[in-house]
Design a protein around this ligand. Structure first.
Ligand code: KG4
Ligand code: ZN
Length: 332
C-alpha cells in the first residue's frame, strides 16, 4: 500500500511516499528557516505564503523521486493539526483536492502522533504499549501509546514547549533561529554547571513540564550580567547550563511517566530529540534503569512527511477516513 504524506503544519513544506507504512520511497522537505531567521521566529503569514508556492513542486518531487504517479497511490495522508492554521490549510486543501479528484482515500493525521509513528520507519521498533515523549517547537507531551489508534496524553507543558524555550533563549542570547541547533553547537564548548538555573517543578503535578520560568531566569541573568554575552567562554557556559536544565527536566519526567504506567520502553521524538546532549542523557538513564530506548534518526526527528504517511497508512488500514468537510485544528 502506497501512501503520499503531506506536511505543512509549521515552517517546513514536506511530501513523502511511503510503502506499507515502513519503507520510505521518497521524503522531500523544503525548509523555510532562512526566510524566518531575520524575524527570530516563524511568521505565520510568510509561512503560509511560502507553503502555497512550494507545495505542488514538493509533491511533484516526492512522486518523481519515488518513481510513482498519483494513480499508483493507494491513499493520501495530510497533517490536520496541531499547528499554524494558515499553514495547515494549504496542505489540507491540496490533500483534499488530490484525494477527491483521484478518488483516493484520505487520512487526517495528528502531527504529534505522526512524530511518534516516525519510529516505525526504522528497523528498531518498540512493542505496544510504550511511553512516548514528543518534544517539538510547539509541544512537550508525554503519551502512553497502546496502538496507532490509541495514544493517551499523560502530561504536557503548562507553558512553553521545550523547543520554544530553546528558540526564545537563543533569541535572548542573540544567536538566531532556529535556536536548538545553535544552542547545541555553542553548548558543546561550555560548562553545564557554570550558571545555576532553575528546574521548574509543580509540586502537585510532578509529570507536568514548565519551561517559561527557565527562560525568565536566563532573561534576568542577562539583564544583571550582560557581559556574559561579550565573551565566548561565558556564552558557551550559559548555553550549556540552559541546555542541561532542559535535558534534566525532560529526562526526569519521562522516567516518572514510565514508572506511572509501569512501562520499560521509551520513545523520544520531535525536533528537540535531535539534540545530542538529550540523546546522550537518555541513553545513560536507559542503561542505568534497564529501559529500552527508541530514538528516530535525526532526519526523522525534525518535521517531515514520511512520518505523516506512516501514521496515515495505519489509519487508512483501519478504515479511518477524513471527511472532506473536516477542518484543520491549531491546538491538540
Ligand atoms: O518537530 P519540529 O521540527 O517542529 C515542530 O513540530 O515544532 O521541532 C522544531 C523545534 C524547534 O524549536 C527547534 O529549535 C528544535 O526543535 N530543535 C532542537 C534541535 N534541533 C531542532 N532543539 C534542541 N537541539 C537540537 N539539535
Ligand atoms: Zn513537529
Amino acid at each position: 500500500m502506497l501512501v503520499l504524506g503531506i506536511e505543512t503544519s509549521c515552517d517546513e513544506t514536506a511530501a513523502a511516499v511511503v510503502a506499507e507504512g515502513r519503507h520510505i520511497l521518497s521524503s522531500v522537505v523544503s525548509t523555510q528557516f532562512e526566510l524566518h531567521a531575520q524575524y527570530g521566529g516563524v511568521v505565520p503569514e510568510i509561512a503560509a505564503r511560502r507553503h502555497l508556492e512550494n507545495i505542488l513542486p514538493v509533491i511533484r518531487a516526492a512522486l518523481d523521486q519515488a518513481g510513482v504517479t498519483l494513480q499508483d497511490l493507494d491513499g493520501l495522508a495530510v497533517t490536520q493539526g496541531p499547528g499554524l492554521i494558515g499553514a495547515l490549510v494549504i496542505g489540507m486543501a491540496v490533500g483534499k483536492a488530490l484525494a477527491y479528484t483521484m478518488a483516493k482515500p484520505l487520512a487526517g493525521v495528528h502531527h504529534l502522533k505522526a512524530h511518534i509513528a516516525s519510529i516505525f520507519l526504522t528497523a528498531t521498533r518498540p512493542e505496544f504499549p510504550f511511553v512516548a515523549l514528543v518534544v517539538s517547537g510547539g509541544h512537550t507531551n508525554l503519551y502512553h501509546v497502546r496502538s496507532f489508534l490509541d495514544m493517551d496524553l499523560i502530561s504536557r507543558s503548562r507553558d512553553d514547549a521545550a523547543g520554544e524555550a530553546f528558540d526564545k533563549v537563543a533569541k535572548l542570547m542573540g544567536l538566531g533561529y532556529p535556536g536548538g541547533v545553535v544552542i547545541e553547537a555553542l553548548a558543546a564548548r561550555g560548562n553545564p554547571e557554570a550558571y545555576p538555573l532553575p528546574r521548574p517543578r509543580i509540586a502537585e503535578e510532578p509529570l507536568t513540564f514548565s519551561f517559561s520560568g527557565l527562560k525568565t531566569a536566563v532573561a534576568y541573568l542577562l539583564k544583571k550580567q550582560p557581559e556574559i554575552l561579550q565573551e565566548n567562554g561565558s556564552r558557551a557556559d550559559l548555553a550549556a547550563s540552559f541546555q542541561e536544565a532542559v535535558v534534566e527536566s525532560l529526562v526526569s519526567r519521562a522516567w516518572l511517566a514510565l514508572e506511572a504506567v509501569s512501562c520499560r520502553q521509551l520513545l523520544v521524538a520531535g525536533g528537540v530529540a535531535a539534540n545530542s546532549r538529550l540523546r546522550g542523557a537518555l541513553a545513560d538513564q536507559a542503561r542505568a534503569t534497564g529501559t529500552a530506548l527508541f530514538l528516530p534518526p535525526l532526519s526523522l526527528c525534525t518535521d517531515n512527511a514520511a512520518m505523516v504517511a506512516a501514521l496515515g497508512y495505519y489509519l487508512l488500514k483501519s478504515g479511518e477516513r477524513l471527511d472532506l468537510s473536516a477542518d484543520v485544528f491549531s491546538r491538540g
